[in-house]
Structures are given as C-alpha cells and as structure tokens.
Design a binder for this molecule. Structure first.
Ligand SMILES: Cc1ncc(COP(=O)(O)O)c(C=O)c1O
Length: 376
C-alpha cells in the first residue's frame, strides 16, 4: 500500500491529461501565455475571487505576497509554529521576523485568542495556515487584522476548495472559499496536494486589482506590463509553466468530486475509529467544509511512535505532519524560542499521525488500515 497513489488518479484521467500536454507541445508556448491565463481564470472562479496569478510554488506565492507589501527588515509577521517550514521561512527570507502563536488543540490551526498578545508596533501581517484542509478562524483573524490594520495572507496550500461560513451576524451568510477572505490567498500545486501538478506550481488569489498587478510584475522580475525589458521594482522569476497550467486546468474540473470522496473516506475512518479510546479523530467545525488534505488523528497514550512502527511493519504507511515544530527547528534557533514556549503545538507534534487518504483509495486498503489500527 502507498501513502498516496498518484498513478491511480492519472490513470483515471489519462486521456484528458495527455491531450492537454500534447496541446502545449504543439503550441510551443511553455511559459505564460493562454494556457496559464485560462487556468488563472478558472482558479479565480473556483475560489470566488477576482484575480488569480500563477507562480512557481506555494512558497513563492507566500513570499511574493509579503514582498508586495514591502514587508522586510524591522517588521514582524505572526503565524503558527505548527505548519510546513515554508510558511515561516518566507517571512525570514524577506528579512522580517516570524512571530509564533500557539495552536487551538482541536483544529491544529492558529489560536485566535492568543494573537493579540503578540502584536507590537512592528507587526505588519498575519499568515494563518488552513492546516490539513480545514480553514482557520478567519472571522476572528479578520477582526483582529482590522483592529490593528494588519495584512492577512492566507496560507491555503493545503486547503483548496475548503469552505467557511462566517459566524458573525454582521456578515452576509455567504460561503467563503479558502484563500478568498484575506488580502491574498496562497496555494501550492505540489504533486501530493488535493490539486497537484506534475512538478512545482503555485497560485495567489486576490480581489484587489492593484495587488494583482503588483504580483504579476513581481513574478516576472518586477517588469513593466507596458514596456519590455523595463524593470520597475526588483522581482524574481516565479512563473507557472504552461504544461502545469494545462494539467491543472483538467484536474480542477474534478477537484470538487475528489474532495467529496476524501470527505467520505474521512467519515468512514472516523465512524470506525471513534470507538477507540486512545485515538482522537479529526474535529470538524460546524461552519466549515474540510477537504482532508490529511486525515490526522491523535494517539493519546504516548505511544504514537510505537503505533507508527507497528503500522509500518504491518505494511500500513503513515506520516507525521509535523514532528518538529518550527520554533524549535535549528533553522529558527536565532529567534530565541525554546521548548515549552508553545505547549499545544509541542503536544500535537508528539501525538499526530496522518493516515492514507485520497479519492481513489480502495475499500480493501481502507478497511485494512482500520483493521490494523484496531489490531494494535
Ligand atoms: C502549509 C504549507 N505552506 C506552504 C507550502 C509550500 O508549498 P510549495 O511546496 O508548493 O512551495 C506547503 C506545501 O508544501 C504547505 O503545506
């Protein structure tokens, strides 16, 4: 059994994918062009935002978002220490200081009750991460951002298609897609993501035309949209390849169906695992639609590693996302954090275990995972 079998997905849509790739090869335009623009339009529509700009990766999506606000030396950006390293790495790479806030133990997302105490005069932005495919409390985050005039960049790398219905009475009871609430929403098309490319890729969405134009320029060396080889600001090379755009446009048509399949598989896991007293199954908030990029349980009796080893030996692949929180990573040692600073994050890092989940996982394998877990 594989943790994720991408070949099964490819086989199910092979004809369409192969046709799309061939079209790009025949057209001979490999960077930018109509393929990228078409996919950007589809992405904007899917996410309910006005603009979508394709970039090289999820990491670059976050990095360019910060750059567009001129965030750099002397600035602070608030985020969670329980995420993939890129979220905080980009803050540091802009020259700013990542400031961590502990997580809500139920959702694994940033604890909004702990954000305000970390805000200083230097704070410029918040990067909430919609971890594992369920959105952070955007209602609360937007309220805080408004109060302190902070930018909000949603790290939606793991949450494409996830939804939230705002709780606040003042807001229309509209359903918002991940990435469409903050100033920017950032996505990753890393192959294992719910919408995965066959290589690297990323996207930034926004409703703000000025910001969209800025990102378009930044992804292409800060170039002028009007004059070739005129560079207005310092940017970089972070464009989405036409081949990836063509592939992703095909896949986007299936995304709702695949996400729905993941939800069904997640329900089935939970129905079967809820009875086990040392396991906590994922908590789904009432106003949210989870897309289960990961189906992550907690092992409560301190035996997570033994449990994982047992499953490995029984042929059940599992993953720990993430074993070492960012505040105690060697790369962030200079920030001066220490063990014990974020107890909920540290506890989660010791307890979490992600089980195989994807649309095409068969009943046989799905049941085998459950059987082996119960065996332990
Ligand atoms: C939460 C999160 N942020 C950022 C990234 C970075 O995306 P990429 O690998 O496309 O650079 C990822 C995925 O890898 C991620 O899971």
């Amino acid at each position: 059994m594989q943790f994720l079998d991408l070949n099964k997905q490819y086989r199910s849509i092979k004809k369409e994918i192969d046709t799309a790739i061939k079209r790009v090869l025949d057209n001979n335009i490999f960077i930018g062009g109509q393929e990228v623009e078409n996919f950007e339009k589809e992405m904007a529509k899917f996410c309910g935002s006005k603009y979508a700009i394709g970039v090289n990766s999820g990491t670059d999506a976050l990095y360019l978002s910060l750059k567009s606000f001129d965030i750099g030396y002397g600035d602070e950006v608030i985020t969670t220490p329980f995420t993939f390293v890129a979220t905080a790495e980009v803050i540091a790479n802009c020259g700013a200081k990542p400031v961590f806030v502990d997580i809500n133990p139920k959702t694994f997302n940033i604890d909004i009750a702990k954000i305000e105490e970390k805000i200083t005069k230097k704070t410029k932005a918040i990067i909430p991460v919609h971890l594992f495919g369920q959105m952070a409390d955007m209602d609360g985050i937007m309220r805080i951002a408004k109060k302190y005039k902070l930018y909000v960049i949603e790290d939606a790398a793991q949450a494409i298609g996830a939804e939230t219905k705002p709780k606040a009475k003042s807001q229309k009871p509209k359903v918002f897609k991940a990435g469409s609430i903050g100033d920017y929403g950032c996505f990753s098309f890393f192959p294992s993501k719910n919408l995965g490319a066959y290589g690297d890729g990323g996207m930034i969405i926004t409703d703000n035309k000025k910001l969209a134009d800025k990102i378009k320029s930044l992804r292409n060396h800060g170039s002028s949209p009007k004059e070739k080889y005129k560079n207005l600001v310092l940017g970089t090379n972070s464009r989405l390849d036409a081949i990836q755009a063509a592939i992703l446009k095909v896949k986007l048509r299936y995304l709702n169906k695949w996400n729905e399949e993941r939800r069904k598989k997640a329900d089935y896991y939970s129905e079967n695992l809820n009875e086990l007293k040392n396991i906590t199954t994922p908590f789904i908030e009432r106003n949210k639609t989870h897309i289960f990029h990961q189906y992550t349980i907690r092992i409560k009796n301190g035996k997570r590693d033994k449990f994982k080893d047992f499953l490995d030996k029984e042929g059940i692949p599992t993953m720990v996302y993430y074993p070492l929180p960012l505040h105690i990573q060697p790369a962030f040692k200079y920030l001066g954090y220490k063990k014990g600073d974020f107890p909920e994050t540290e506890k989660a890092a010791k307890e979490v275990l992600s089980l195989p989940i994807y649309a095409e996982i068969g009943k046989k394998n799905h049941n085998l995972v459950i059987k082996k877990i119960k065996g332990f």
